[in-house]
Every structure is written in C-alpha cells, then in structure tokens.
Ligand binder design. Sequence first.
Ligand SMILES: Nc1nc2c(c(=O)[nH]1)N[C@H]1C(S)=C(S)[C@@H](COP(=O)(O)O)O[C@H]1N2
Ligand SMILES: [Mo]
Length: 523
Amino acid sequence: MANRGLRMASGIVAGGVTLGLAELASVLVSLDSTPLQAVGAWIIDHTPDGFREWIIGIVGTNDKLLLFVSMGVVAVVLAAVAGIVERERRPLGSILFATFGLLSTIAALGRPHAAWTWALPSIIGIIAGILVLRSLIGRVTRFDELAETAADAEIAEPQRLSPAELAVERRLMVRAIVTAGVAAAVGGVAGRIIGLRSRDVSAERADVQLPSPSVTPSVEPGADLRIPGLTPYLTSNADFYRIDTALTVPQVSKDDWSLRIHGMVDREIRLSYADLATKTPIERLVTLACVSNPVGGELISNARWLGYRLDELITAAGPHPDADMVLSRSIDGFTAGSPLAVLMDGRDAMLAVGMNGEPLPTAHGYPARLVVPGLYGYVSATKWVTELEITRFDRAEAFWTKRGWSAYGPIKTECRIDTPRGRGTIAPGKVTVAGVAWAQHRGIRGVEVRIDQGNWQPARLAVAPSIDTWVQWAFDWDATGSTGVHTVWARATDGAGETQTDKVQDVVPDGATGYPSLTVRIG
Ligand SMILES: Nc1nc2c(c(=O)[nH]1)N[C@H]1C(S)=C(S)[C@@H](COP(=O)(O)O)O[C@H]1N2
Ligand SMILES: [Mo]
C-alpha cells in the first residue's frame, strides 16, 4: 500500500481530533470526563497492588506523569494502526475508534459523581475523530489512485496528471492533515487551559480569611536542632509530601462545598463553609505519615493545622452506639475508614481548613480535609472531604482496604537517619548523626544509635512540642580512628516505653518496619 506514512499520520491526527475536541467539550461538563482522565482514573483504580508498588518504587510520585505519557504513546500507536487498517469499504479503523470511544464512555460514566453528561466528551470526540479519519483516509486513497494513473502511460494526457499537478495534489492533502492536526492540538490545549482557568480556586483561596484560634501552638526554638542536613521540625507547605489518587487536583469552591454527616446517626447534619465560622477553631501540630513510606522514606511531613474538632461535629449528629467506623468520602470518590473510637477519644482529630497559617493548598485538600493524629493518611486524612458516613467496619470498606491494605492503620513507631546521607567519604573526627523519630499520639521517649555491631547508645532528643509530631534527634559519634566503611543504625522508643520492632516488613499491608540504617565511609 502506498503512503503508509500518510495513513498513519491521518490516524494520529484523527486521534488528536478525538482527544482535543473531548477536552473542549469537557469544559462544559467536567474536566475529569475526558477520555484521558476517565481511562487514566480507571487504570489507577484497577492497577494490581504489586505492580503499583513496583512502579512507585521506580518513579516515585511521578507515577501520574508516567501514566499520561504511557497512555499518550499507546494512543498514538493505536491511532496509527487505525489509520493503516481503515479502508474505504472496510472501515476497520473507524471500528477501532468506535470501540475506544465506547470504553472511554463507560469509564467516564463509571467515575464517582459522574452524570450522564460525562459521556458527551467521549462521544463527541469519537464522532469527530471518525469523520476526520474517514475524510483524511479518503483523500490519501484518492491521491494514491491519481498517482497510479499518472504513472500509467496508457492513459491519455487530460485524464493523467503531470508530475507538477501531482505534487500540488500531494501538497493539498498534506496540508489538510497538518491543518486538522494543528486544529486538534490548539483546541485540546485551549480546552484544558480554559477548563483549568475557569475552575481554578486559587484566587478564591487567596481571599479566604481563616478563623483565629484562641491558642496557636508555639514551636520552641529547642524543637529545631538546626543541624545541616537534618529535616526541619516544621515542613513548609511547598515541601510537604503529597499523595493522592487524583489525576488532576480537585478544584472545590468553598461556596459549593459542604460536609454531610450521615449514616448511623440520630440526625443527619449538613455543614456549609459559612456554618464553620460559628464553631470554635483549634490549631495543632500534627505529623502526617503515609503507609507507603518505606523505612528511611520521605512520605512524612509536619505542619500546624487549623480546624474544627471532629468529636464535636460527630457528637452533634448523635452517632449510634453500635457504629464503629467513620467512612470519610472525598469529592473525587476516595474514601478512608477511621475507627470512630479514635476520632472520639479526645485527641485533636479535626476537619482542617488551614495549614501553617494559610488556607489549605488545593493539592492538600482545599477547602477542607481531615487530619487525625496517630493514623496513617490512607485511613484518615481525606482531602476535599465532603461526607462522613457513620457506619461499621463489617459493613463498609474504604478505598485502599478494598485493594488489600489493612482496615486499621495506626502509625507505627519509626525513625529516620537524615544525616550524614550521601556525603561520600567523611573525615575522621566528630560526626553528627541526626534524624527524626515519630510515634504519633504516643510520643517519643528516646532514640538510640548503634555503629556496626556495637552497643546501642542514647541520642539526644530535641524539644517535642507535641506527642502528635515527630521529634528531631542527634548523636555525636566520635569517629576518630574509625577509618573504613561503617553501618549506622537507629531505633526509637515511644512514650509508652515500647521500642520499635527490628522485624523488617514492607509497606503492605499496614506500614513498613525495621531499623533504618546508613553506610558511611570514614577516611
Ligand atoms: N481525596 C483524597 N484524600 C486522600 C488521599 C487520596 O488519594 N484522595 N490519599 C490519602 C493518603 S494515602 C495520604 S498519605 C494523605 C496524604 O496527604 P497529603 O497529600 O496532604 O500529604 O492523604 C490522604 N487523603
Ligand atoms: Mo498514604
């Protein structure tokens, strides 16, 4: 077949028209309804756990970028194939497009909160894509025929195109393909930009006046040992780790937001953002941790949170005595199941609206999220939270629990060595080993350090402003005369006197354990 390249290009351009027009159409529906978003979200929901962990182990939090790039590559290949197999009366390419459109429509309609209109971007995009595919492939085929005729010496001049005329025809055809491609790209990018702009809540967020708590937790200077390479006690909003399943950050206006407390309660409650202003705010220091944080990992951060006590909000609804779980739900369908008893036991579990003196950043849950000291994020820290369903563990299952993670997620006592990390060879002499240790809501009583197979020696602890946060620690190692390669170990003991386990366990199903260690070369 002649012009294989042009047929592939036609397929790719038609695919681009599909996705581009779907982006434009999604502006009127929901940005999450486009084929790329809907299929991407479907893939995230159906990725086997082992594979997910493996990927995250390699690319870290660039997993979503990787997903989009892979989907892009697959889309280009499929569209190119569609271009090749599409024939005038055997429209295999159109059938391929229609099949993809059907799957994408199903994926979009299957999203949480999807309305029937979520089908429209896929349908409109696919119809346009098929029309463009047929039209471009028709042109390429007609050109092939003209070229064949031109090469046929039997045919008389008027019917036969001269090489110059043929070149003109070719240019017109290429121009049609390029024009459609550019239009698709411009439309798609414009759609995305307009969609993001029109929904962007950052201007609204900048204007939010946070309530003033009666006390703001103070961070004593002694909480920060200010050792080079040691993680600061407080994490800035920009440096705070981020984990969620959202392909694009949900943009939820505080004026549209509400929190519904329902399920096994005496009276269902619905709170608007304005209703919160009538309640008493609290501000607390809490260290959030992700269950997927490997020993020594970075998925843990500490901030000052401003919000409203969950025990008060839940009590107002009158939870039934036989309820034991609060299933919190996000605008994007994510759910977390927290033990009701933990939320009600007097700790500072809250509906947070502020982070380090600012309204919550959109990526961290603006306008409201949950923060529960002592529980991993996947069972408690729902961002963009819109619902608290009071229920039972034997009746409901949360997002990650359905995927093999433990239903209960108390944070395990752990510590991390921050320095000397990646410092190459260190001169013999005094070496400061330092890091952070955490056992949220139990507090940290001590940290010990061991060099190679030596004795465990106590490290000094920084001031801990709260048992709900991590604490810095440091150990002055006299490495004079210790030239060679050494392994440095650390272990923490919590406020109840319980030392963290040395048993090495991976993150699945309820958090990694084992002593962190570091190899250093003295010389
Ligand atoms: N809506 C929503 N909330 C969520 C998640 C999510 O995927 N979606 N992930 C949870 C997990 S696993 C963690 S560890 C914390 C992380 O919060 P952060 O991104 O503010 O650090 O958010 C929790 N809240
Ligand atoms: Mo997490």
